[in-house]
Design a protein around this ligand. Structure first.
Ligand code: UDP
Length: 388
């Protein structure tokens, strides 16, 4: 524990859409205290997207770093973010850095903090597939972050056990629930109709059920994305009263593959990336989601929607174990079979449970941070554990 002297400055280093969603509730929780001073350092890994997501929660970046060069390789992206962050830290360091998940920004945020001897807290720690290239490079990113971090906020008991197995001191790990559930609570409270024009108009169309689709993982580029698109083409032929709402990732390579196959297919609606409120509304009104996204695997069961996971491995085995998801990979036949099972009611769906927490993860994280800095006497007792 560090002796409290004055306000403690915490830098939240983030640069993508999922980090903005999952850290916003933690930033808001810290802001409610009089002694934790959260500041957002935006790495611009996703140039505009993250800013829009922060704004939705009434937040903005305090420092926005220059964006990486276009068409960048992973190495170019990493070296750029490292250098930009290093410049920022040279101007003055925080008392602690918080990173989330497994992005390049999170990896760079923790590494630069380490080089400047700043302690790191890791939100959503301990997720593992144990396959170094799945997802790529995220599995390696999060494993490295666990070696660097001082505090580990494990979202589930499975993640906690993974960290223990890697020799992380159990006293530095807290099981908090996933902050995505907190974000969902905040967003669903905002209500409102669809903002995206295409989505609003298409939703008025004549169909019986909706399926949400996303695909973006690096390991699916060149081949995998195409096979997901072919599966969707076949599904539209089988389920003529179903509309497939596909939020197409802005990456031009992914976009081209999807548009080539699905542009004029009846039953498919190709959408620009949606704002978080629109996306969550669409998801909650869907009968099924087909996705390779990590966050969507958590959001879907939390909203009572089953998910066909178009990946070979998942770091969220809770979804499969509880009957909320099927791991189909990018094999078109398996995707069609898994999706048909859900849409025809043949596959059993799990009971609606708190798979990923109770919406109080950010309070637990804030409490632990306060304790770490020696301020816990200024708070009431912490929330009870998310699971008994
Ligand atoms: N999302 C969104 N709009 C979209 C597609 C996704 O707001 O059109 C949200 C989704 O709800 C989830 C997050 O983006 O919270 C996931 O981002 P992504 O799939 O890029 O990253 P991952 O979770 O796989 O790291």
């Amino acid at each position: 524990m560090i002796e409290p002297v004055s306000d403690m400055t915490i830098w939240f280093v983030l640069g993508t859409r999922p980090e903005a969603v999952k850290l916003a509730p933690v930033i808001l929780s810290c802001k409610k205290t009089s002694f934790l001073k959260p500041l957002v350092i935006y790495t611009s890994q996703h140039q505009e997207m993250g800013h829009r997501f922060l704004e939705l929660f009434g937040l903005q970046a305090h420092y926005t770093l220059p964006p990486p060069p276009a068409g960048r390789s992973l190495c170019a992206l990493t070296t750029h973010i490292l250098a930009m962050l290093d410049n920022q830290f040279k101007k003055g360091v925080p008392d602690c850095t918080i990173v989330q998940g497994d992005t390049t920004s999170a990896l760079c945020g923790s590494l630069v903090s380490f080089y400047h001897r700043v302690p790191v807290a890791h939100v959503e720690a301990g997720l593992r597939t144990f396959a170094p290239f799945h997802p790529f490079p995220e599995e390696m990113n999060r494993t490295i972050i666990s070696r660097i971090a001082h505090l580990h906020f494990a979202p589930t008991p499975v993640a906690f056990t993974n960290l223990l197995r890697e020799g992380i001191d159990r006293h530095t790990i807290d099981i908090t629930g996933n902050t995505v559930v907190d974000a969902l609570d905040l967003i669903t409270r905002q209500g409102g109709s669809f903002e995206d024009k295409t989505l609003r108009e298409e939703w008025e169309g004549d169909f019986d059920q909706a399926v949400t689709v996303t695909v973006h993982r690096r390991e699916s580029w060149g081949g995998g994305v195409r096979r997901v698109a072919l599966a969707l083409q076949e599904l539209t032929g089988r389920f003529t009263r179903t509309r497939f709402f596909f939020s197409v990732h802005p990456n031009p390579a992914i976009r081209r593959e999807i548009e080539d196959i699905l542009r004029d297919v009846e039953g498919i609606v190709l959408l620009e990336p949606l704002g978080y409120r629109d996306f969550i509304q669409l998801l909650s009104r869907s009968s099924l989601v087909i996705s390779d996204s990590g966050g969507v695997q958590e959001e879907a069961p939390s909203l009572g929607v089953p998910v066909v996971i178009t990946r070979e491995h998942t770091e969220r085995p809770e979804v499969i174990d509880a009957g909320w998801g099927i791991l189909a990979g990018t094999n078109s036949k398996k995707i069609v079979e898994a999706a048909s099972g859900y849409l025809e009611g043949r596959s059993e769906v799990g009971h609606k449970t708190m798979l990923f927490g109770d919406g109080r993860a950010s309070e637990r994280i804030m409490y632990r941070m306060a304790e770490y800095f020696g301020f816990s006497d200024r708070l009431q007792s912490p929330p009870p554990p998310p699971w008994p």
